[in-house]
Design a protein around this ligand. Sequence first.
Ligand code: PLP
Length: 427
Amino acid sequence: MYIKKMITVEEAREYDAQDEFRQYRDEFFLQSGQIYMDGNSLGLMSRRAEVKVDELMDSWKQLAIQGWTNGKHPWFYLPEKLSAMCAPLIGAESEEVSICGSTTSNIHQVVSTFYKPRGKKTKILADELTFPSDIYALQSQIKLHGYDPDDQLIQVKSRDGRMIEEDDIIAAMTDEIALIFLPTVLYRSGQLLDIERLTKEAHKRDIHIGFDACHSIGAVPHQFSEWEVDFAVWCNYKYLNGGPGSVAGLYVNKKHFGITPGLAGWYSSKKNKQFDMSHTLDVEGSAGAFQVGTSHVLSLAPIIASLELFVEADIEKVRRKSLHITRFMLQLIEQELDGLGYSIGNPMEDERRGGHICLEHDEAIRICKALVAEKVIPDNRPPNIIRLAPIAFYTSYEEVFNTVQILKRIVLEKHYEQYGKERNVVS
Ligand SMILES: *Cc1c(COP(=O)(O)O)cnc(C)c1O
């Protein structure tokens, strides 16, 4: 008879001892006694990030206006430097990447560029489980064209409230669709969509397709260029540890180079022409064209540090550890939390899973408050989701083991009953 081996804390410690990311853990500011499981929402600060911010502050202090072209990180060229470092994370060429704007402003940028309703093709295809900001941006872009979003925005339905089936998305790619915009990884369930397949199917029907990679960048490798994804956007403050509200990212496939951005500004200009101050825009022939105004230099500083770590560690290795440690957590959840009202809401297959665990419980809000009291930092997505993200760079297997033990105790001993059911302002 096959007897399933129980996972023990010793096994967790063994994995930690062999962990090739062990050296990186000390690079991050972890609070003593705390287990941080929210790196999918706001990545931790690294020591290198602090150094880079200091260096950029110093260049402002010492160089003033000359900092644009002098010093350790000349500000004028910093976005391009970061684009080159970021490109391997999404499988693109440096010129296809731009580090600029915010996720939402970049959605406005790419949609205003690629949404060209004509004839029968007027609709945008999205999904019903995506992040609200993405939907608000799509609705306002549709309105700017004088249409009613209720008619023109098609949101593919989920069959189970957790996942979106690729077959259903493809079935919705009708001849009325002008543009498709989808998440790479769904922010609640952590489902990873088959980006390559969806892109192929969209292109067969002559539809442009783009992705929001906020929940996959830094956790999952991509091959956007090879798959010929038309465009993508992402933030740099989740798995990329770029700091709260840090500058975001944008990718545009090189076949679209030369296209005039929907939202142009002087930073859309060819760099060597920008200071000609002409009123005729000479558009940069790269994704750099999708910048609008002056770079947020101080907010770019931590991203230098973050991308340095990814360049060193290699995204394929990050993915390997992420899959291994999330699988470890899922096994522990199955072993320890049975019969306590918890269920797993993320896909179990590696190729359909992003970087976080979606744990569901009817008492999710109160359990999250109890977790924080026990110094475990999760996040909560209403109504019933506890998101937990063991991060390749800084989460240990032993912390994962302990987190599951605490989840068990909170329900078994009813600790959560001490807390109110109202959601915190930021959850
Ligand atoms: C985090 C996230 C955002 C946030 O957008 P901001 O403009 O950075 O506030 C948007 N969309 C998705 C899918 C996200 O995960």
